[in-house]
Ligand binder design. Sequence first.
Ligand code: HEM
Length: 185
Amino acid sequence: MAEIRASKPNILKELEKIRVRNSKNIGETYSYDELRDMHYLHAAISEALRLYPPVPVDTKACQNNDIMPDGTFVGKGWEVTYHMYGMARMESIWGKNCFEFLPERWIENGVCKQESPFRFPVFQAGPRICLGKDMAYIQMKSIAASVIERFEMEVESKDKAPEHLLALTLRMKGGLPVRLRKRCG
Ligand code: HEM
């Protein structure tokens, strides 16, 4: 399983900065602009999606004979499958630390950088890219921010990697039991 670095404190620090700057209380809903300012949280979510893409493989059918950018021929009617889960673990794409959970790889000058969808095809790439990508990020950030600020989470069996359950989407067998403790203050 990917090594999880101490990213939670960084997310908390960022949330606190935005909350204090805007005189908000813990538990208040964050606005769209506030969510957009959460660069570290955006990076942490992107890193989780990189390593555990909800759509881990996808198949396309070729309408006409074609040549891939690397010169590979694909014939009319052939199917080509691309593997987002595998691509996340390729040194040639993400470097030697490709197996590590490292939100910092997304951050440049304090800002979460836009990655090419062809390197990070978790939402697909090209003209048929996911139409709900931005909405998905807003929902994920909004939920993560409100839960992380209010509760401390401890994974029940930290020494055991969750088993994958491959369906149309990638899931965890048995879910991820966690213990929640209300944060004080
Ligand atoms: C983390 C969340 C999400 C992930 C990882 C994801 C991923 C994807 C992927 C891989 C595709 C391409 C499927 C294919 O053509 O083979 C896709 C397409 C699409 N997604 Fe998402 N999606 C997410 C959330 C959403 C949400 C929240 C919405 C709507 C509000 C949405 C709407 C769509 C639509 C309409 C398409 C079809 C686009 C087209 O074919 O032109 N997605 N998504």
